[in-house]
Design a protein around this ligand. Sequence first.
Ligand SMILES: *[C@@H]1O[C@H](CO)[C@@H](O)[C@H](O)[C@H]1NC(C)=O
Ligand SMILES: *[C@@H]1O[C@H](CO)[C@@H](O)[C@H](O)[C@H]1NC(C)=O
Ligand SMILES: *[C@@H]1O[C@H](CO)[C@@H](O)[C@H](O)[C@H]1NC(C)=O
Ligand SMILES: *[C@@H]1O[C@H](CO)[C@@H](O)[C@H](O)[C@H]1NC(C)=O
Ligand SMILES: *[C@@H]1O[C@H](CO)[C@@H](O)[C@H](O)[C@H]1NC(C)=O
Ligand SMILES: *[C@@H]1O[C@H](CO)[C@@H](O)[C@H](O)[C@H]1NC(C)=O
Ligand SMILES: *[C@@H]1O[C@H](CO)[C@@H](O)[C@H](O)[C@H]1NC(C)=O
Ligand SMILES: *[C@@H]1O[C@H](CO)[C@@H](O)[C@H](O)[C@H]1NC(C)=O
Ligand SMILES: *[C@@H]1O[C@H](CO)[C@@H](O)[C@H](O)[C@H]1NC(C)=O
Length: 760
Amino acid sequence: MASHRSAAASLLLAVWLRVPLLLLVGAAPPRPSSSCQRECGGVDIPYPFGIVDSPDDANCAMPGFHLTCNETGINGGSRRPFFSNMEVVRVSLQQGQVRMQNHISSYCYNAISQGMDADPWQLKFTGTPYRIADTNKFTVIGCQALAYILGTSENEYASGCVAMCRRGGGGGGNVSSALSNGSCSGIGCCQTAIPRGLQYYEVRFDSGFDTTEIHDVSPCNYAVLMDASNFTFQATYATLPGFNATFAGEAPLAVDWVVGEETCDAARKNSSSYACVADHSECFDSLNGPGYICNCSKGYQGNPYLQGPEQGGCKDINECTDGEYPCSVPGTCQNIPGGFKCQCPKHTKGNAQNGTCERNRTLGLGEKLGIGVFGVVLIGLICILAIEIIRHKRSIKRQALIRQNDEYYQQHGGQILSEIMRVERNIGFTVYARGEIEAATKDFDKANIIGEGGQGTVYKAVLDVDGKDTHVAVKRCKEVDESRTKDFVQELVILCRVDHPNIVKLLGCCLQFEVPILIYEYVKNKTLEDLLHSQPTSCRATLGTRLRIAAQAAGALAYLHSLAHPILHGDVKPANVLLTDGWVAKVSDFGCSTIDEKTQVVARGTAGYVDPEYLLEYQLTQKNDVYSFGVLLLELLTGKKPLSKLRKSLTVMVQESMEDRTLHHLLDREIVGDASMGVALEATELATRCLVMPGSRRPTMRHVAEELRQLADQVKQPLVSECHSLTVTDVGSSMSSECDTTTGVFSLEKKVVLSMEFAR
Ligand SMILES: *[C@@H]1O[C@H](CO)[C@@H](O)[C@H](O)[C@H]1NC(C)=O
Ligand SMILES: *[C@@H]1O[C@H](CO)[C@@H](O)[C@H](O)[C@H]1NC(C)=O
Ligand SMILES: *[C@@H]1O[C@H](CO)[C@@H](O)[C@H](O)[C@H]1NC(C)=O
Ligand SMILES: *[C@@H]1O[C@H](CO)[C@@H](O)[C@H](O)[C@H]1NC(C)=O
Ligand SMILES: *[C@@H]1O[C@H](CO)[C@@H](O)[C@H](O)[C@H]1NC(C)=O
Ligand SMILES: *[C@@H]1O[C@H](CO)[C@@H](O)[C@H](O)[C@H]1NC(C)=O
Ligand SMILES: *[C@@H]1O[C@H](CO)[C@@H](O)[C@H](O)[C@H]1NC(C)=O
Ligand SMILES: *[C@@H]1O[C@H](CO)[C@@H](O)[C@H](O)[C@H]1NC(C)=O
Ligand SMILES: *[C@@H]1O[C@H](CO)[C@@H](O)[C@H](O)[C@H]1NC(C)=O
């Protein structure tokens, strides 16, 4: 959409550059004229933004920040600011954000042509100061909907989301009965996070999910990237009148912007382009990619992009007259640049800001004594009174807190957990208090985030485990299904007994928050996904290592499936296989939502890995995990992601090349040599057996693990991964610490065998 942007921006730059040259004003950046329009349709447009409707207005905005004030409505009744064809509803200098209205894409049944009408959409911010904030969520709404969001080919990003309404059964059925207002959790609505710094994306609908059969109830599927912080799903979004009609075709999008393309340090050096020109302004590096934004220093307010206070730059805040009087009552307030002072009135002394002012009078000895005694008594009384009041208030507060926390505790099945823990001692599981978790994660400080999984956000923290301070991973679950708390708690107890070398160990939980908090052992944050796809690949795992990792992950899943109360994973993918220092696989990301074959489940899974059969049946089985694992195995062998907008899906490619007998072209030639081709083909064949339809014909996870272990043993390769150094000369020193610790593989391999036996 903004394809003409960069040309327009450079034209603007040319116009803008001439101004200082003509005025011959040294290096100072130009100032916007005071006649510039600073408001449009009720929206404030502060510099560096500006309304540029004609070339004369060019210096009203910094290059790249120009908006237009266009007429909208049928009769051109009102005006609104636009960036290209997107309406701007708010501009915030302090947050470095603007809010725009984003187009809702739809995929609707057309009763006339009796087919589906697609409405694809792409958003292009490349070459502009704008970046899509990573707080937005890709939101898909519909009763039979699968939509993909695809990024640029440079940072090949592809994700998708499935929204279905029915449970079980093929076509027809009563779609509206499963819908309910509230959370967006897969039933009629699905949301997924996006990566940081995105400047381009496009939306596509999967044509396999059409609404022909249900068009009288739910004719349309919708998809949009939107700020979902205030979004609550309504049942009518997926049925009639529909999401698009309710939102009038547009949803809010949070967009970050930056000035410049360098860091603050680099920008300060180039005074001719440094944008924080106001006195008393500060520079902040953008958190969402290169560039920076400016802010007024503490005690000042205004526009940090304008020079002097007269032009609207940062002005001292007069704390004495603004809002609450900052000094204690007898004190007088004096405003100073960047702050204020409190002084006691004449003939008195003391601390007028935090304390009180006392009279400064010379007194007789008797008077002094009398006043002294009286003062002491009085102060004593006041102290006692104050302490009582504080104590009373605190006890009320604490009781409220406990009551409130208790509510969550009950809600998440704390009672059942206490019961189980009372009956069965030594279950090696700790129930942490709210305070401990808050202290350990610094109130869920964003700086401590180490991962964002399908089930929740993971924070790194240090907690007391068995009396020792230990690094742990604290997972804050996304949502809870309250009707299933009993299963949830029982599954926690089962999971915490699991002591498998290839499964991330659950150490404890805390049930005193709105959502359950789970505490896991900390595994250095490196996943199989990183191993396969992160660039540059200085270390490539050999075929032997890959098969060994696959065998370990398969063994872990087989173990979970073999428990007396089988646990299904439901979201098997490389990002959920963590790797320890010695490249030992540890399966993670389960526990928040309970899954077993008899009771039912919340929708989960990741586009590309999720079993199509699950999407139709909506019933998770062990075979769904087998399917996802099959995709993972193909990814290991070919080095290709399952979904890409540039080609067919990986599973289709493999199927086609099996038929053509050209499978060896598809395998990653960097890891499969001629010697190991036989093993690689056998492994590929095993993967395709994991993908067959119907699912009942797929092998069990246990069988897959067994076969992979045998294949791994056949590869005559060193276990060590090959670390290709960039220069041939320093091979020795370039063996990075990530790769030279491979000894763990041997000892743990034995443990896998042991626990396989244990698992029957
Ligand atoms: C806004 O008006 C400008 C001309 O003033 C035009 O070039 C632009 O396409 C209009 N944008 C929209 C979204 O209507
Ligand atoms: C800028 O200052 C305001 C007010 O002091 C603050 O709310 C805001 O978070 C600051 N922005 C940044 C990026 O620090
Ligand atoms: C579908 O379910 C809704 C709510 O349970 C009910 O009101 C409606 O009559 C059902 N429609 C059909 C066709 O069964
Ligand atoms: C959802 O909320 C709307 C109003 O907000 C209400 O009319 C409707 O009955 C609710 N539907 C369900 C299934 O609760
Ligand atoms: C969300 O809603 C609250 C309350 O209605 C409002 O104060 C806040 O600004 C909204 N946030 C966003 C991002 O729109
Ligand atoms: C979505 O809503 C907009 C505005 O109401 C309308 O112009 C557009 O035709 C709608 N699209 C669909 C597919 O209904
Ligand atoms: C300083 O900024 C100007 C204008 O953006 C640019 O042309 C110049 O190359 C920059 N100089 C340095 C040293 O980065
Ligand atoms: C307070 O009294 C002291 C002597 O007791 C004197 O030195 C000082 O100047 C007085 N301060 C004021 C503000 O009168
Ligand atoms: C007032 O108290 C705050 C902390 O409570 C302290 O930081 C500040 O320095 C105190 N001000 C004066 C003038 O003593």
